[in-house]
Design a protein around this ligand. Structure first.
Ligand code: AKB
Length: 337
């Protein structure tokens, strides 16, 4: 008999860390983790198996089918927005072709199991693209189907994968005589910028917020790469994990869409600076905008409308701005350094 497991790709990433730690501590699922770099020591006790490998390696994914009965996939592996701009074609391979490999794996698993396999996918505010700052300020909160004209390879990849997920869930091989409607149960979240007390992201463009906070706590000078008035929506990592798990749990018939915005609070870089300075008065933070990265952040919305998630599956973040900094980020980061 094959073992029933949850597969988590991108295990070493920020969300991977949070998710594996949370699921591992609950202890009621078997976790198979996959990443291109060796698994972080802190995650080892929570994983039943770690596989060092690439999601582009189809032989490796094929071997997973032989060994495991995968009922849920959290496909977290991705090249983030800044990194992706340094090699857009590589980003496309990892973010799109890699995801296609996982979608095929999910289809194969669902055929073996005679039931649909849940596929949880973290999309992003990078899927949006606003033409200029005047529009960004004017539109405020954006809905899922508005302003989907991303300016980055990462954003294009996220938007396309959302569509691929919808296709695999509803129309995959629609002309085949044995066309099966219940192949993949695809569910995606458009996350805002994420801030964790435990890990520092690499290669993102919303990273100035966590970087500012961690650098201040470590007493290392930090030059913020966006202007003080730059506004983005954010969420702390425990709420990102909560959103993924809440969405995973909800019965399919309650979901009216495949992709949901989720968010918690919206802040300017200056507001983040003020909070960080108040907590770490000796920190040295300056603003030194990097024009190209600034342009990317300027094309992302100042806030998102998560009404659909609130209505369909009672989404609500546990941490508002005050609670996020005062009760989670600052105490945990202070302890860490
Ligand atoms: C990035 O900056 O690339 C990510 C994101 C907003 O998806 N944090």
């Amino acid at each position: 008999m094959r073992k029933e497991v949850v597969l988590i790709t991108g295990a070493n990433g920020e969300i991977g860390h949070g998710l594996i730690t949370h699921l591992g501590q609950q202890g009621n699922v078997n976790i198979v983790a996959l990443d291109v770099s060796p698994l972080d020591e802190s995650l080892k006790p929570y994983c039943n198996r770690f596989i060092l490998g690439d999601i582009l390696d189809t032989m490796l994914l094929g071997r997973l089918v032989v060994e495991f009965e995968i009922h849920t996939i959290y496909h977290l592996a991705s090249l983030l927005s800044t990194k992706a701009e340094y090699n857009p074609e590589t980003a496309h391979r990892v973010n799109v072709e890699g995801t296609l490999n996982l979608l095929r794996l999910a289809v194969e698993q669902s055929q073996w199991q005679g039931r649909s396999v849940k596929f949880l996918y973290p999309s992003s505010i990078a899927a949006y693209g606003l033409p200029n700052l005047e529009v960004k300020e004017r539109v405020g909160k954006v809905k899922e189907n508005e302003w989907c004209n991303p300016n980055t390879m990462y954003g294009c990849n996220k938007l396309y994968v959302e569509q691929l997920g919808r296709y695999y869930a509803a129309h995959y091989r629609q002309l085949a005589a044995d066309h099966d409607k219940n192949t993949i149960d695809f569910r995606a979240l458009r996350f805002p910028g994420l801030i964790s007390a435990v890990t520092i992201p690499t290669g993102g463009t919303s990273d100035y917020a966590p970087e500012m906070l961690h650098a201040a706590a470590e007493n290392v000078p930090y030059a913020c790469f966006v202007r003080p008035d730059t506004r983005l929506p954010f969420m702390v990592m425990p709420d990102a994990i909560k959103a993924l798990l809440d969405l995973e749990e909800v019965p399919r018939e309650r979901l009216t869409q495949y992709v949901y915005n989720v968010t918690s609070f919206s802040l300017t870089a200056l507001e983040i600076y003020d909070i960080v300075k108040a907590a770490f008065p000796r920190s040295t933070i300056t603003f030194s905008p990097h024009q190209s990265r600034q342009n990317i952040v300027d094309s992302w919305p100042a806030d998102v409308d998560d009404t659909s998630a609130r209505q369909d599956w009672n989404w609500s973040p546990e941490y508002d701005q005050q609670h996020a900094f005062a009760d989670y980020l600052i105490p945990a980061i202070r302890k860490r350094y």
